[in-house]
Write a protein that binds this ligand. Sequence first.
Ligand SMILES: [Zn+2]
Length: 152
Amino acid sequence: MKCPQCLKDCSKVIESRDAADGDAIRRRRECLTCTHRYTTYERVERPNLAVIKKDGSRELFDRNKLFAAVHRSVGKFLTSDMEIEELVGRVEDGLHNLGVNEIHSRQIGDMVLDELAGRNEVAYVRFASVYREFKSVEEFEQTLKALRNRRS
Ligand SMILES: [Zn+2]
């Protein structure tokens, strides 16, 4: 692990502990060359997941892309980037729990909707409209009705 300061690959670990969510180990390191202290995170490597897009092409699942998509479409309706981070983390866990190695982008969209359903009605409808490409007001109304039905 290269020191970010002097780029020498020689450090000792001075502290190790689980990160907040238990998914990662956080290590405090000290560079043996310049004594700079820095932090590294060690995560379990997750198997690659292919996303099948609407046009039939495939690309690797990328949590940063999902974060960006949620942020762009409904970020202003959610409380903070932390909330989006949490939402994306839950979707990502759900995806990996499915144990599949490919998934349609639409299913990911549905999982995001499931998360939004319990959080924010405006964000739910807005996200649905973006990823399902609503073409009419009726589609909005149907989506809203479906959301209210699942709540009651
Ligand atoms: Zn160094």
